[in-house]
Design a protein around this ligand. Structure first.
Ligand SMILES: [Fe+2]
Length: 285
């Protein structure tokens, strides 16, 4: 009997929508996020985000600000720390654009990062929807566990001693390498554009801040891991109309590509809506 239930659960769960493997995460088809509200489907989506780290829902049309927020609430409490652009459709939706009259410009271009490293617990999820797709302007993502696991031994040993000190808000200090609260896999807490300094052996008698040249060297080392071998570890998402992305913000790093800053007059209007979900577990060693 137990076997039978297990089988039937498996069947119904996999029939909610179709997952197609992607370079990073999965492409999702056969679901309409604008109307989907079944608890069992929401539960499956949450499990799939944890398993696959990024879900790219295709053909979602234009998702309203209210609906974007409702979908976000499946994942927890929204945390909105950004500048609220007048054109934002909802106070919890960060509106990013290549036209400052339409949204905030120059966003996500200060280096590879996860979102919310300036909080005591970085955001657990980020949800992205491109409501106006320009001809060019991709978002680059990269899996953190693979990056950490492929580090040369000496680099890993060095990074494993490091903590990052955010340059924003209360300047929280996070371990650079720590275990993801859900998967238990090694990930990074970092932001190459918003770090005051790195601290060696934080909390131990040997604790010390990196010197300015060590800071530069560490930042460069981290950057290099994302771009080496022609950026082999990266997944470059070329946005198409109707794309809605849910990412496990703690499991993947991201950066806006340089093309995201090309003006509207050249590539058309770019408008990206993003929400972020409050982290609940501060990173610990
Ligand atoms: Fe970001």
């Amino acid at each position: 009997m137990r076997n039978f239930n297990f089988q039937s659960n498996l069947f119904s769960m996999s029939s909610f929508y179709k997952l197609f493997p992607n370079k990073l995460g999965c492409i999702v088809r056969g679901i309409d996020l604008s109307t989907e509200n079944r608890p069992e489907v929401i539960q499956k989506i949450k499990e799939d985000v944890t398993t696959h780290r990024i879900l790219i829902f295709k053909d979602q049309g234009i998702v309203s600000g209210n609906r974007h927020v409702e979908i976000s609430e499946w994942f927890g409490e929204l945390e909105s720390t950004f500048y609220k652009h007048p054109k934002s459709p909802h106070p919890d939706v960060f509106r990013v654009s290549n036209d400052k009259s339409e949204g905030c410009t120059g966003v996500g271009r200060t280096g590879w990062h996860i979102d919310g490293s300036f909080q005591p617990a970085p955001f657990s999820y980020s949800l992205y929807h491109m409501v106006s797709v320009p001809k060019r302007g991709a978002t680059a993502f990269a899996p953190l566990t693979e990056l950490v696991e492929s580090l040369p031994k000496e680099t890993f040993s060095k990074w494993d001693r490091l903590w990052m000190m955010s340059d924003r808000r209360s300047g929280p200090i996070h371990p650079l390498i720590y275990k993801h609260p859900k998967s238990g896999k090694k990930v990074l807490c970092f932001h190459l554009g918003m770090t005051n300094n790195y601290i060696f052996d934080y909390g131990s008698p040997n604790e010390r801040e990196a010197t300015p040249s060590e800071f530069e060297e560490i930042s460069e080392e981290i950057h290099n891991e994302f771009v080496k071998d022609n950026g082999k570890i990266q997944y470059i998402h070329q946005w198409e109309p109707g794309d809605f992305i849910i990412s496990d913000n703690l499991a993947v790093a991201h950066e806006a590509t340089p093309e995201t800053q090309i003006p509207r007059s050249e590539v058309g209007l770019r408008v990206l809506h993003r929400t972020t979900i409050k982290g609940t577990v501060p990173p610990t060693k």
